[in-house]
Design a protein around this ligand. Sequence first.
Ligand SMILES: CC(C)=CCC/C(C)=C/CC/C(C)=C/C=C/C(C)=C/C=C/C=C(C)/C=C/C=C(C)/C=C/C=C(C)/C=C/CC(C)(C)O
Ligand SMILES: C[S@@+](CC[C@H](N)C(=O)[O-])C[C@H]1O[C@@H](n2cnc3c(N)ncnc32)[C@H](O)[C@@H]1O
Length: 371
Amino acid sequence: MWLPDRLLAVRNRVLSSPGFQRWAAAFPFTRWLARRRSRELFDIVAGFVYSQVLFACVQLKLFEILAEGVQSSGHLADRLGLPPDEARRLLRAAASLRLAEARGRDRFALGELGAAMLGNPGIAAMVEHHAMAYADLQDPVALLRGEAERRELLKYWAYVGSERPASAAEHAVGGYTELMADSQRLIASDVLDAYSLEEHHCLLDVAGGDGTFLVTAAKRWPHLRVILFDLPAVAERARARFEREGLADRAIAVGGDVLRDPLPQGADVVSLVRVLHDHDDGMAQSFLEATCHALPEGGRLLVAEPMSGTPGAEPIGDAYFGFYLLAMGSGRPRPPVEVEQMLRDTCFDQVRQLPTRRPILTQVMVARRAG
Ligand SMILES: CC(C)=CCC/C(C)=C/CC/C(C)=C/C=C/C(C)=C/C=C/C=C(C)/C=C/C=C(C)/C=C/C=C(C)/C=C/CC(C)(C)O
Ligand SMILES: C[S@@+](CC[C@H](N)C(=O)[O-])C[C@H]1O[C@@H](n2cnc3c(N)ncnc32)[C@H](O)[C@@H]1O
């Protein structure tokens, strides 16, 4: 609820009083709210520990094992290679988070959220790579002050802070390209459901990774030609992917640096998927300018990425991606209104935000290349 500043100060004074907190927890009409707020605060306090429970489940392949059927904790202990008491500790923790499900006294099944994890292998890949993010985030104040020493993510995302990203070697791009391919499966369909490419003839995906997004688009619209542009070592992977998928006759991959090399011509729609938020404002603007040169008047630009302030997903944009990108050392999540302004400041008009199925995973904006 929006309150004027003076009332807000009064509310916060009341809420921070231990006496009020005790009273609200006992009073029948406020008890549910007091419990809910306590739980919300506890979840923030304990978030890292919950995450580590999930990390252990992923490392031990617990969800794959539970997918075989309900099993006793003793049997699971053998399969997980854990002492019986510690297997039970992990299983109870997982059950409390709905990753597993307790069946009677000592048997366990896959839980609802564990089942969702199994259906989206990209999430497990994210969980595993979080070891680097959490190492970097160990001292968030040092990061905010620009004084942090450990920078695992900065090394992982080899293009960040590099003067010549195009010279990044295959081994430097392989890790993040696979992570992006795994997690792209979660969002490609949502983006392509939000904006149909039926009326377009050629899609250029700028900084398109290993081509997972383009493969999804090309399979959905058999008339569509697709062009991928990314750093040479990444484009090489995309080329191999297109061949494996039997798309070599209408999919090409071009290697280069968006900031130095001209983008391929011929597309009537360009996409930037999870790209703008990687970059600080000047660089993000340069990416947009490059797309202006690649598009004819009337062509369309699609921007898809998680954005700041998404209703119902505020912490995902502002807390998760805000601090992830801080640790990475470049970029920030932007609210749709800022993305719109950046588009208008380059060469675009008719900017629209399109509804997506799962706005927590990605938002989509489309704009027209003005004359
Ligand atoms: C039928 C019965 C029994 C019940 C019905 C009830 C019902 C409808 C239940 C729902 C079941 C269902 C369909 C569940 C589906 C769940 C899904 C799809 C969950 C998806 C979760 C996705 C997650 C957790 C995604 C996480 C993504 C992360 C952490 C992404 C990180 C991305 C990064 C770090 C990107 C980096 C790139 C950079 C550098 C920023 O550019
Ligand atoms: C976060 S990934 C997104 C990949 C893909 N669009 C996706 O959503 O899965 C960012 C991509 O930008 C590429 N990239 C970064 N800087 C680049 C540059 N200067 N020129 C070309 N590609 C670049 C990276 O190689 C990487 O594939």
